[in-house]
Design a protein around this ligand. Structure first.
Ligand SMILES: *Cc1c(COP(=O)(O)O)cnc(C)c1O
Length: 295
């Protein structure tokens, strides 16, 4: 089976009085529309991982994540679509929630593990699948060089040049891939990474490890809103207003923080007048299901 998806990821303009006042044109690349479940950067990251598994004749994918992980769900659906079986090793006490329901529906077997053993993923893989020759290890979040390679292809799809590109960062794999793509196309675009974790300056090491050439980019570490998965009433209010005025769903863990950064920086006159800005909608809207109580 050929492991590929036809990419549908149009670029839409975001209209807002703030951007008019500042003389900015802001666009959003809709990677969230690539697939309803294998959405956004998760498909781009999984593509070459799945191809590698297939080339090695592996038929069972084993991966890791928290109970609300977009990666677990994307992998469950991608495995089902491309003829693999799958196991998700989930951090924490056995629970059930909407994300895990959807994982199971796609045929994923779930194994729960305590937080201590979760730290050593290779050991967990050995313990449960050491004797299973067709099992294939997929790192949490699809991190690594195959993931970055898939994400670099986003840049091949761009039909105009931007002064700025913005992307939310968890592991930094998506950011690194896009930076590599910009470099390959010799584009003079400022890349802006928005870490969604606290103390995000460590993200530079994660990104730099996956870069093909050393390149300058910007890390905006002040938009974590308290840390991974944390929110504030201000962030939630922003998300509600954004979605109600654009018709584009975003969520608080990744895309909400990245878009908030663009609006905040525009209000603070960070951008030169006339700048063209592209936000990457990296998908993940199912994450909203775990955060309904915040709204
Ligand atoms: C997983 C995820 C990210 C983080 O991507 P990294 O490559 O780990 O930095 C960003 N946005 C969304 C919507 C995600 O689900």
């Amino acid at each position: 089976m050929n492991i590929d998806l036809e990419i549908f990821s149009p670029v839409h303009q975001i209209n807002d009085k703030l951007f008019d006042e500042q003389g900015l044109t802001v666009f959003i690349k809709r990677d969230d529309l690539i697939h309803p479940i294998i959405s956004g950067n998760k498909w781009r990251k999984l593509k070459y991982i799945l191809k590698k598994a297939q080339a090695e004749n592996k038929t069972h994918l084993v991966t890791f994540g928290g109970a609300y992980s977009n990666h677990l769900l994307a992998l469950a659906a991608a495995a089902a679509k491309f003829g693999f079986t799958s196991t998700g090793i989930v951090r924490g006490e056995p629970v059930d929630n909407d994300t895990l329901f959807l994982c199971r529906l796609h045929g994923m077997e779930l194994l729960f593990t305590d937080r201590d053993s979760y730290h050593d993923k290779q050991a967990l893989f050995e313990k449960h699948f050491g004797g299973t020759p067709n099992a294939f290890f997929v790192d949490e979040g699809g991190a690594g060089p195959e993931g970055a390679k898939g994400c670099s292809e986003l840049v091949d799809e761009l039909t105009q040049q931007y002064d700025h590109i913005f992307c939310a960062c968890g592991t930094g794999t998506t950011a690194a891939g896009i930076i590599n793509g910009l470099q390959q196309h010799k584009l003079n675009t400022q890349f802006n990474a928005v870490p969604v974790l606290k103390n995000g300056s460590f993200m530079a090491d994660e990104i730099n490890n996956l870069l093909i050439h050393t390149v300058n980019y910007k890390l905006h570490t002040n938009y974590h809103f308290g840390g991974y998965g944390k929110t504030t009433p201000e962030l939630i209010a922003f998300i509600k207003k954004f979605t109600a005025s654009t018709g584009i769903l975003i969520e608080p863990v990744y895309t909400g923080k990245m878009l908030y950064a663009i609006y905040d920086m525009a209000a603070k006159k960070y951008f030169k007048r006339g700048s063209k800005i592209l936000a990457i909608h990296s998908g993940g809207i199912w994450g909203l299901l775990g955060m309904k109580d915040k709204f």
